[in-house]
Every structure is written in structure tokens, then in C-alpha cells.
Design a protein around this ligand. Structure first.
Ligand code: PLP
Length: 277
């Protein structure tokens, strides 16, 4: 398979990065993942804008437009140009002697690769989730490669045969390890506001737009962990998860225990959006 590394498309096995790359030593970098559905990347502009915003937030000076221009040739080289696929993009600060503060003028390391994957029209899976204290830092708005907190939380879920861990910060559910989370109570849709406690998912933004077009009332408000078991519906959103109903939280069923009516409407509307010409 092929990867894009610093301007060249090379065999994955031959692609090398220095052990002094700050991405390796410090997790000093950011990333993005997008899905190509029916021949185009879903909300590519929003993903690229978030990538650029994250580069600015961590003070990496890098021309992401150049990267974007290289995507078609990467897809071609990867044998997925006509196919549905996923694309991973990562930019780390680059190579420098190991010290926390970074020197001026280091050249960022840019990596991209694509793999064939067709997402289901509608994610009919049901997610069991567990809750856990959000032990991550307080800049969760940065889509950084230092994902140890998210890795530990997702592993914790997997070990309990669950799909996700819902993070609880100061008594309020923020998001999950690689998804955002929504709740429905008495017809009102709740999700945590996009501040530094969550990653503002592109799928989250799309679902909020769909709530608007479906005339659903939305409150950008996190749900208290103590109120979780009174929710009528709950669902996860994410680029590869799409919109997935939550069936159980900490071993207790949510609502009807499968995708509720609001979740279903949003899943259908999400599908319409993906298949729109
Ligand atoms: N929250 C976290 C912590 C994530 O890592 C992700 C995606 O990887 C999301 C939310 C969902 O974001 P998106 O919908 O842009 O994929």
C-alpha cells in the first residue's frame, strides 16, 4: 500500500520518519479522518477547516492546501480512486532535539493514507456504552495525535464488550472516546456545547443542522450523569460511526433499548444527505 509522506507518494513499507520526530516523542501533532462516500469526501471543507484551525491552535505553520491537492494522486496510487474509502491525515511538528519547547523553523511531518471502506447506508448497530470520569486534559477541542486518554477509555469499553465510554466531567457527560454523544428527552435533543471539553465533530455539526431542518428542538447542554437513566433516546455520532443508537448505558437499557424515533429520523435524514447529488 501507498502513503503520502512529506510531498511524495511512497510504499508504506519504505516510508520512514525520524525517531526524533516530535509526533513520536511527544504526540505533538494533529490529525483528521474523512470518509469518501459516493465519490466525494463527506464535508471535506469542514474537515480541512478543522485541520487548519487545529494547526493554528498548536502553532504549526503548514500549508494544508498543498496536502489537499495531493489527495487525488494518493487515492489513485492507493487503488481507491473510484471507491468509497477513508482518508487519514496527520501533521506533526517535525524533527528536533528532544526538549519540550520547540525551536523556530522546524519542518512539519505530513502523512496521509487511504484505505477502502464502504460505510453502511445507516448504522443499524446498537452501542452499549459505559461511563467514566473524563481523565483527559482540558483542550479536547484540539484533534491531537496524543490519544492516550481516548485509547484507555475505549479499551475500558471494549473490555466490557461495549462500543464506547461516555466521559463525565464535573458531573456532566461531555463526549465519548471517538464519538460525540446526543440524548433525547421529551422530544428535545441535547448535546454538549462545542467548547474546550469536546471535539466539535463534523458529524455532530451535520446532525445539529439536520435537527434544524427537521424542526427538532435542540439544547446545547450537557446531560448530567445522574439524569442519564431517564433519557428517552441516546446516540453517538462520528465519521465512521455515523449516527448509531445507544441501547445501554452502564448495563441499563436506554428508552426502548433500540433506535428510538428521533434517532431513526436523524439516521434517515443523514442518509439522504450522503446520497444527495
Ligand atoms: N470526539 C472525539 C474525541 C473524536 O476523536 C471524534 C472523531 O474521531 C469525534 C468526537 C467525532 O468527530 P467527527 O464527527 O468529526 O468524526
Amino acid at each position: 500500500s501507498k502513503v503520502y509522506l512529506n510531498g511524495a507518494i511512497v510504499d508504506a513499507g519504505a516510508a520512514t520518519v525520524s525517531v526524533f520526530d516530535r509526533g513520536f516523542l511527544f504526540g505533538d501533532g494533529i490529525y483528521e479522518v474523512m470518509a469518501r462516500i459516493n465519490g466525494r469526501f463527506f464535508y471535506q471543507q469542514a474537515h480541512m477547516d478543522r485541520l487548519k484551525a487545529c494547526l493554528r491552535k498548536i502553532d504549526i505553520d503548514y500549508d494544508a492546501d498543498t496536502l489537499e491537492e495531493a489527495i487525488p494522486s494518493l487515492l489513485e496510487a492507493s487503488g481507491v480512486s473510484g471507491k468509497d474509502c477513508m482518508l487519514y491525515i496527520q501533521i506533526t511538528r517535525g524533527v528536533a532535539p528532544r526538549q519540550h519547547a520547540y525551536p523556530p523553523g522546524i519542518r512539519p511531518t505530513a502523512l496521509m493514507y487511504a484505505w477502502e471502506k464502504a460505510l453502511p447506508d445507516i448504522n443499524r448497530g446498537l452501542a452499549k456504552v459505559v461511563t467514566r470520569e473524563d481523565f483527559r486534559w482540558s483542550r479536547c477541542d484540539i484533534k491531537m495525535t496524543s490519544l492516550l486518554g481516548n485509547v484507555m477509555a475505549n479499551q475500558y469499553a471494549m473490555e466490557q464488550q461495549c462500543y464506547e465510554t461516555l466521559f463525565v466531567r464535573d458531573g456532566v457527560v461531555t463526549e465519548a472516546s471517538h464519538c460525540n454523544v446526543f440524548f433525547v428527552k421529551d422530544g428535545v435533543v441535547y448535546t454538549h456545547p462545542a467548547n474546550t471539553s469536546i471535539l466539535d465533530g463534523i458529524t455532530r455539526q451535520v446532525v445539529l443542522e439536520l435537527c434544524g431542518s427537521l424542526g427538532l428542538e435542540v439544547r446545547l447542554q450537557g446531560v448530567a450523569a445522574s439524569d442519564l437513566h431517564g433519557m428517552d433516546e441516546a446516540f453517538l455520532t462520528g465519521t465512521s460511526t455515523q449516527v448509531m443508537a445507544i441501547s445501554e448505558i452502564d448495563g441499563k437499557p436506554v428508552g426502548i433499548g433500540s433506535a428510538g424515533p428521533v434517532t431513526r429520523r436523524l439516521q434517515e435524514a443523514f442518509l439522504d444527505l450522503k446520497t444527495a447529488p
